[in-house]
Every structure is written in C-alpha cells, then in structure tokens.
Design a protein around this ligand. Structure first.
Ligand code: FAD
Length: 301
C-alpha cells in the first residue's frame, strides 16, 4: 500500500486530511492522505513510491484556483514546503521554490530593487501554481517572466528536469504541466530598478485589487475571459450578480467571482458555476470556460 511505503521511506504523511484547510474556498471533502515534501530526499522518496503504486495525485499550491468536491479526493495530495519555499535573489533573475507565495515573491523582489514581478503581488497563488496556470494580471503573464522551471514527473518516477519557458506550451491560463507533474522551482527574469519605484507599483496593484475585487472565500475568476471580451462583463450584463445556489453567491463586487459563504458546500459552488455558464450561453450564445480547476466532480469536473 502506497501510504505505508511512503511512511516507511520517511515521507511526512497525514492520513484523512481536510481539503478545506488547503484551499482558499475553505470547503471540500477529505483526502486519503496529505504528503508534504520539503527536501530533495523527501521528493525522491515520494517520486519513487508514486511511480511504483500510481495512486491518484493532486498537487496543491496555495489552493487559490481549486474547488474539490464534498466527497473529497481518494488519492494523495502533495504540498511543497521547506526548501521549496525559499527565494534566491540574483541580479537579473530570481529563483523561487514551487511553494513560494506569489505576493511574497513580488514584495521581496521589489524591496531588493528588482522589477518585473510586481504583477504577481495580487495573485494569491504559489510559484508552482503560477507556472501551471500561466497566472497573470495587470497586462503580464507568468510565461513572460519565466526563464525556466524544474519539473518532476511523479508518475514516471523522474527527478526534476529543468525546462526552458518555451517548452511549456503556454497559452492563456494554460500550460502543458500535467496532473502528475510537480513544479519544484522556477527561475524568473528581473531588472534592476529603484526599490521605492518597485514598491510603489506593488502598492498601486494592491490598492487596485482591494477596490475591485471582493474578499472572503473565493478562488478568483471562475471563468476565463472569452476572446476580446470579459467573462465578468458578460455575467453582469446577464443580470447574474447576486445569483445564489445554497451558500454560494455571484459576487456583487465582481461578477466573475463566486463567493462561498459560511456553511456553503462545494456542490453549491459547482451548481452555481453550471447555472451561470448556462444562463450566459442561453442569453449571449457564448459558452464560458471555467478557469477554476474543479476536482472530484466526475465527468462534470
Ligand atoms: C482573490 C484571488 C485573486 C486571483 N487573481 C488572479 C489573477 O489575477 N490572475 C490569475 O491568473 N489567477 C488569479 N487567481 C487564481 C490563482 O491565484 C492562480 O491561478 C494561481 O496561479 C494558482 O496558484 P495556486 O498555488 O493557488 O494553485 P492551486 O490552486 O493550488 O492549484 C491550481 C492548479 O495548479 C496545480 N499546481 C499547484 N501547484 C503546483 C506545483 N507546484 N506543481 C504543479 N502543479 C501545481 C494544481 O494541481 C492545480 O491544477 C486569483 C485567486 C484568488 C483567490
């Protein structure tokens, strides 16, 4: 059994962990096991065991783009920490572990007088999640600043391999990083600049986010923007702000955000995602595509 083998190999395993503690929606069912990887030795052990037993794997960064079903996930959840949560500031590049929080990376780079990563301050994800999702905002995307990233193919039992940015097939909120790939580290381009100017840009982005986006439990934009349009504008134009399913509600502040109120279930959010998608399609002919990653909803995911 994979769990016993993982423990015997020194991996840090928490059986029957709660997904709700790992995602910004704060909802979702249990997982069979949470495995934390903080060293190269732990990575090697987990990679070998996963390749041998091939359990279903879900990699979670900051959980800021994830909705996991109330039934949970019958596999192992992998979370990076320790040495994969470290940042190394260079003169023209910054190297960050997959676990590093994007706002931390943006603020540390800015304070050191390194510009280029300020846009990441408003995205509450991790470096690994940003590579997988090609996260972006304020006119920039991760792929524009990525030099290379080290990716371990857990299913193949492979040690991390450095891949240059052009090998990721990046598109809008898309990369070719698969479910059993683990982005353990990334190198990003920066340029020297006056720290005060970098920090002013960071502050302006934080101010803009506070003004335009809701707080509370959500996972950012639910739908990707269709070509030459905005999902939020379409949802708003259909009069769907405030639409509710159980404890889930379309934000009054930003129509492309779905908030989970206290007591909400993952199925409430999922039902509301489907309801919004149907209403927008029937009224505009445009089928919105979810940017939110939904796990455990069967073929409805
Ligand atoms: C308030 C709010 C605002 C947001 N604004 C933006 C925005 O402006 N722009 C934007 O692009 N996104 C935005 N998001 C969404 C989200 O922050 C990004 O998609 C982010 O890149 C997800 O990173 P994460 O670490 O939270 O990934 P998770 O949600 O944990 O996972 C997302 C996907 O990435 C995979 N993944 C995570 N870590 C790794 C890893 N180390 N290796 C391999 N795969 C991994 C997961 O398996 C999953 O498929 C917002 C979210 C919130 C809550």
């Amino acid at each position: 059994m994979a769990l016993a083998t993982l423990t015997s190999r020194g991996a840090r395993v928490t059986p029957d962990a709660s997904i709700a503690d790992l995602v910004t929606y704060r909802i979702g069912g249990p997982v069979a096991a949470l495995v934390r990887i903080g060293t190269e030795a732990e990575l090697e052990a987990v990679t070998e065991v996963v390749a041998e037993h091939l359990p279903p794997v879900l990699v979670i960064g900051r959980g800021s783009n994830l909705l996991v079903a109330d039934e949970g996930f019958a596999g192992i959840v992998i979370v990076l920490d320790g040495s994969f949560d470290e940042v190394e500031l260079g003169e023209s590049t910054v190297t960050a572990g997959g676990a590093v929080a994007l706002p931390v990376l943006a603020r540390r780079s800015a304070a050191a007088g390194l510009t280029g990563l300020e846009f990441l301050v408003g995205i509450p994800g991790s470096v690994g999640g940003a590579v997988r999702m090609n996260a972006g905002g304020h006119g920039r995307e991760t792929c524009e600043v990525l030099v290379r990233a080290w990716v371990a193919d857990l299913g193949a039992g492979a040690a991390p391999v450095a891949r240059s940015a052009d090998a990721f097939e990046f598109g809008y909120r898309h990369s070719d990083v698969g479910d059993s790939d683990l982005v353990v580290r990334a190198e990003l381009t920066v340029w020297p600049d006056d720290p005060a100017r970098c920090e002013a840009r960071v502050a302006e982005i934080v101010r803009w986010r506070r003004e335009h986006q809701p707080g509370g439990a959500n996972a950012g934009s639910v739908f990707a923007n269709p070509l030459n349009d905005s999902a939020g504008r379409l949802i708003d134009a259909c009069g769907l702000k405030g639409l509710r399913s159980g404890g889930a509600i379309v934000s009054e502040k930003h129509a492309n955000f779905i908030q989970a109120e206290a007591g909400a279930r993952a199925s409430d959010v999922r039902d509301l995602v489907v309801a919004v998608q149907r209403r927008v399609e029937s009224e505009t002919g445009i089928r919105l595509v979810a940017e939110l990653r939904m796990v455990g909803f069967g073929d409805r995911s």
